[in-house]
Design a protein around this ligand. Structure first.
Ligand code: NI
Length: 166
């Protein structure tokens, strides 16, 4: 097990389209996922995509409540017309938060570590994390989804503002 270095915005690995995982059960994929779990726990995040640890592969982890889940070769489909705005951060853009509008509900499907097809529906935070992590597989940052950059700031400044205005 190892804590991996996290690529930050500006590194080209974060800008390309990641490749399909051809052997989800391969030992190197299991090792990568274990290391990504450790890295995500250490960083205190709620999602981590393989390109963020310099592996241009279509897989990501996300925390579904207390459970750490992995999704390989994912597909995400919006459900319905409802959209929601919420604050997002990214381990590849440390220190910043931005308000991002996204579909409120999604269906997701992909493979688990045994190459078994899995699928489900998500809303709220889970829907947001799934879409954010999927974007990393397409070379997209949450910043690129923002249409009002006044809703972008440093977490520390935003926290101070929140304290001052009850
Ligand atoms: Ni991110």
């Amino acid at each position: 097990m190892a804590i991996l270095k996290i690529a930050r915005m500006g590194h080209p690995v974060l800008l390309g389209r990641a490749a399909e995982v051809t052997g989800p059960t391969a030992p190197e994929i299991r090792r990568l996922v274990r290391d990504m779990e450790e890295t995500l726990l250490d960083a205190g995040g709620i999602g981590l995509a393989a390109p963020q640890v310099y592996q241009a592969l279509r897989l990501f982890l996300w925390r579904d409540g207390a459970e750490m889940r992995v999704l390989i070769n994912p597909e995400i489909t919006p459900l319905g017309e409802a959209r929601a705005v919420a604050w997002e951060g990214c381990l590849s853009i440390p220190g910043l938060r931005g308000a991002v509008e996204r579909p409120a509900r999604v269906a997701w499907r992909g493979l688990d570590l045994d190459a078994t097809p899995i699928h489900g529906e998500a809303e709220g935070l889970a829907a947001r994390v799934l879409q954010h992590e999927y974007d990393h597989l397409e070379g997209v940052f949450y910043l690129m989804r923002m249409n009002d950059l006044t809703q972008l700031g440093f977490t520390e400044e935003l926290a101070r503002l929140a304290e001052e205005s009850p």
